[in-house]
Design a protein around this ligand. Sequence first.
Ligand code: AMP
Length: 304
Amino acid sequence: MSILVIGSVALDTVTTPFGAITEGLGGSGTHFAISASYYTDIHLVAVVGADFPAEHLRFLESRKIDLRGIEKVPGKTFRWTGKYDYDLNNAQTLKTELNVFEKFMPKVPDACRDIEYVFLANIDPDLQRQVIEQVKKPKLIACDTMNFWIQGKRDSLIRTISKVDILTINEGEARLLAKESNLIRAAKKIHAMGPKTIIIKQGEYGALLLHEEHIFSAPALPLEDIKDPTGAGDSFAGGFMGYLAKTGDLSLPSLKKAVIVGSAMASFNVEAFSCDRFRNLAMDEIRERYRLFKHLSHFDEIEL
Ligand code: AMP
């Protein structure tokens, strides 16, 4: 099954303790689409400015991502400037320049309105809802967000969240959204807002899946060489949704496997700046990494 995604397509300027990149290919929609493209057909809705390099569009096309929903308009592309210190779990936003996203009205191409799997990557919650309104018979809607929107457009965000099945969110942002420091209580409050499934991303500590009354904890791969965590959350979501859309199986065991696929995709993303690790990532490497995750967290029963 195909996935329809709306999100930012950006030029990111990022500094980490291990290097820096100026105006590299980024954006929540971009990272999601590239990651999910390993599993199924992806249709991306977004806007870019006249300054957006054609080579970035060519890279997305090389991943067979459908770009008919990307508008190119006069003006400047969305830009994000961020920095990480040695604690790579927390991005510091230095600058957010919405630019062409300020006046953007997403238009889902007619041919994409029947798509059943929808991902609302991190972007203005008003735009996320405009996409929900244009799809005819969604089977699964998942959504991501960040502190920028939790603080800046809280009411609109809560309206969007009330319409989705799954919310993926960082640990700190879950606390901010729920106004609750205990994560389990925060998740309960978010469940009450609408989504029956919540994934709390904990950076280098992994991810928690809270589905109805079940909790599943997935580790992150202990990696020796991390360059840039930007986009890890979106790559996670891409692997997670990609696996669900590919199998069409939304049972709890399938959700758990999808969380590990997502974790594997995030673990690749952080190995290079921007989306560069995906320029030469082969499916066999993904399979191998899934196995590594299995070994990492497997243990046997004991008799005590
Ligand atoms: P993450 O997966 O959370 O690391 O997402 C990083 C991506 O989110 C970057 O490539 C940014 O371009 C994008 N981003 C940052 N701030 C925003 C925002 N306010 N709205 C939409 N996208 C954003």
